[in-house]
Each structure stands twice: as C-alpha cells, then as structure tokens.
Design a protein around this ligand. Sequence first.
Ligand code: 5GP
Length: 190
Amino acid sequence: MKELEERIKTDGIVLDDDVLKVGGFLNHQIDPKLMKAMAVEWHELYKDSRVDKILTIEASGIAMATMAAYEFGVPLLFAKKNKTANISDDVYAAEVKSFTHGVTYNVQVEKKFLHKDENVLIIDDFLARGEALRGLIDICGQAGAQVVGCGIAVEKAFQPGGDMLRKNGVRIESLARIKSMNSQNGIEFC
Ligand code: 5GP
C-alpha cells in the first residue's frame, strides 16, 4: 500500500536495524485517516471471505483493528496480555513472547466472546517472528473458530514469521513488506 510505505519512509525510525518505530502515526500518536485507508484495503482483500469477527492483541493493534471491524460491520475482540480483575477465569489462553519487550505474556480472551464456527480475521500492526499471530491462531483453534486470514500493517519480511505462517497455510496480507532496513541506508520494501 503506497500511502503506508510513503508514511513509513517519512516518519518511521529504524532502531537497532530490526525494530521500526512508527509512534508518530501508528502506535503512539495515531493517524485515523491512514487507519481508515488501511481498513478499506483489508476489506477489499478479504471481501470474498465471510468474516464474523476481527481479533487483535492489545495494545497497538486495537486502533487499526477497530477501523477494520467497522469496515466489515463486525465486532472487534482484542486479546489481553495480562490477567486483570475484570476478566473472568473462563478464558482461552496462549503464551506469546513479545518481540519488542522480550517478556512472555499469557495472552487471554474470554470464552464468551469467541465461538465455535466463527470466521475470524486477525489484524495486527507488525509481523516479525510470528509469535503474536501464532498465539492468536492457537486461541481461535481452542474455541473451534476458523481463521480466515491475517491482515498486517507492516511485515518485516527479513524476519521469519511471515514465511513460517504461510508455509503452515495461513493467509497473510501485509500492507507494507520490508525487505531490509538499517539506520544508515533506510528502508527497502519488497
Ligand atoms: P512477532 O510476534 O511477529 O514476533 O512480533 C509482532 C508483535 O511485536 C507486534 O504485535 C508488535 O507490537 C511488535 N513488533 C514487532 N516488531 C516490531 C517493530 O519493528 N516495531 C514495532 N513498533 N513493534 C514491533
């Protein structure tokens, strides 16, 4: 998606050659027009699939996934990274190692919000090693829900997550795919 690639080029900051900071428009300060354009794009890509629910993981996936859910006319469900007092014990859970924080979260979704035979589209901001998607797919499997596919804003194609999931038959649609990046030479898209 040209608009997202342009924005990454102008406002993205490459950190340590494997982390891209997009806090100016995507996951700290948020550009709603760009989120809306991304949602329209995912809707176009998945318009032939039945989608009953959008699933993401807190926190930075929520804004774009909300826009996508609005576009599809379905609810947005987000997996919580930590157990809080207002979440029941009746949950589907999966361990997810965070790429950016290095810690392992026990990611949870309340059973009453995810049902057998629902068709789920998973949305997230980044795809790196595929841990977050693997955890969300696992949670859908526990519920007996089908994963229609995944919509990703930025896939770092030089990291293994995308290839690994595609090999396992998961449909991944990434709006920007980064071939390589470093703080000296900038960002090259696939
Ligand atoms: P994965 O689970 O695929 O290894 O990593 C994806 C998750 O880690 C995303 O939910 C995202 O929040 C975070 N992440 C991975 N790489 C980056 C990155 O380069 N920049 C930012 N801002 N977040 C990232």
